[in-house]
Write a new protein. Structure first.
Lengths: 168, 179
């Protein structure tokens, strides 16, 4: 299931920030109190969220036997600030140690492990169908072509002490 | 196969002995002796006995050592699925100090069984590829899921160029079983 962080900033009580607080009548205040008790909130901005960008987050760690391992999670960043997980079952292991692995090697590995299994035949570089499905489940309608046109970035978290990286 | 050092030979001997003793690489469960036959189960974390797996041996001579004997880096992705009803894994390599030529990458899948051993699953995949990964330069291994209960999966990957290199990928518990 996609994990979407809540975006409370997109949802406010209707009577908050309406610019007419001074003109409120007692009736308005009573309505507000009733709504507050019942927990009813209404969206200020009802326009649907859109996907702003796609990306992969890689968490590097020292692997068993002295190599390097990395868990990879792909995500979509939405216009309302939410982040939807698109794929989280990928990762890689290399015999190169953290001390000898290059940044290029790491980034290429991230791009390799997010490839679809049928990438050789399809030529696709991401699991677009799964992305569409995950986003639809999160309430975002988007087409494969729209996803293809989005910027894609790779973010890495690196264990302490591996700051000597240079792009090789 | 060119054996780089006495230490490596010793490690390979130990692994081979362990494999023979457990039957883990045979891909066969031990013969039933009246007890319940072992079956696929989730792999405990981090690993049984908390001992990290020793890199698998590099069988066969495969690629001949280059003029300057080198040590490549081998890579594998976490076994994943079942996207289309299969458990799937890939292997690829990087040059390190080897030349930029093609080499054969092998990958095999293993499933964790309740008897505490890893069983080979599916055919070993291999491909003669350039270093660098990507779909044009990876070897793939697959196994059809017969059931969708949780079970532990991992792969072993090796490349035969120069001194060769091999690795196990970390165990992943997937909703995929194969007996």
């Amino acid at each position: 299931m996609p994990k979407a962080s809540p975006g409370p900033w997109n949802w406010r009580s209707r009577s908050d920030g309406d610019g007419a607080a001074d003109e409120r009548t007692d009736g308005d205040r009573r309505d507000r109190a009733v709504r507050a008790k019942s927990g009813i909130v209404r969206p200020v901005n009802a326009s649907p969220a859109t996907v702003v960008s796609l990306g992969a987050r890689g968490d590097l760690e020292e692997g068993s036997g002295g190599g390097t391992s990395c868990n990879v999670r792909e995500f979509a960043l939405l216009s309302d600030g939410r982040e939807v997980t698109l794929l989280d079952d990928r990762g890689w292991t290399s015999t190169a140690s953290l001390g000898e692995i290059s940044l290029t090697h790491v980034v290429r590995n991230v791009y390799t492990v997010v490839l679809p299994d049928d990438a050789e035949e399809s030529g696709e570089v991401h699991e677009w169908q799964r992305f569409e499905q995950r986003l639809r489940e999160a309430g975002v309608a988007v087409t494969r072509d729209e996803l293809r046109a989005l910027p894609y970035r790779v973010m890495l978290s690196v264990p302490c002490g591996v700051a000597q990286w240079a792009v090789r | 196969m060119k054996i780089p050092s006495r230490r490596s030979r010793a490690a390979i001997t130990v692994v081979a002995a362990a494999i023979l003793a457990s039957g883990a690489l045979g891909g066969m469960a031990p013969a039933a002796t009246g007890d319940t036959a072992p079956g696929p189960v989730p792999a405990p974390y981090p690993y049984p006995g908390t001992v990290p797996p020793t890199p698998p041996p590099i069988p066969g001579s495969g690629g001949a050592p280059t003029v300057n004997t080198c040590t490549p880096f081998v890579n594998g992705d976490n076994v994943h699925g079942p996207t289309s009803g299969d458990a799937s894994g890939h292997g690829w390599w990087y040059r390190n100090n080897c030349t930029n030529v093609k080499a054969t990458v092998y990958i095999g899948l293993q499933e964790y069984f309740s008897d505490g051993t890893w069983h080979n699953q599916g055919a070993i995949g291999s491909k003669y590829v350039y270093p660098g990964g990507g779909s044009a330069n990876w070897a793939n291994a697959r196994q059809v899921c017969e059931g969708f209960a949780l079970a532990g999966w991992r792969s072993y990957v090796y490349v035969t160029i120069g001194n060769g290199a091999s690795a196990y990928t970390p165990a992943q518990n997937l909703n995929c079983t194969h007996w």
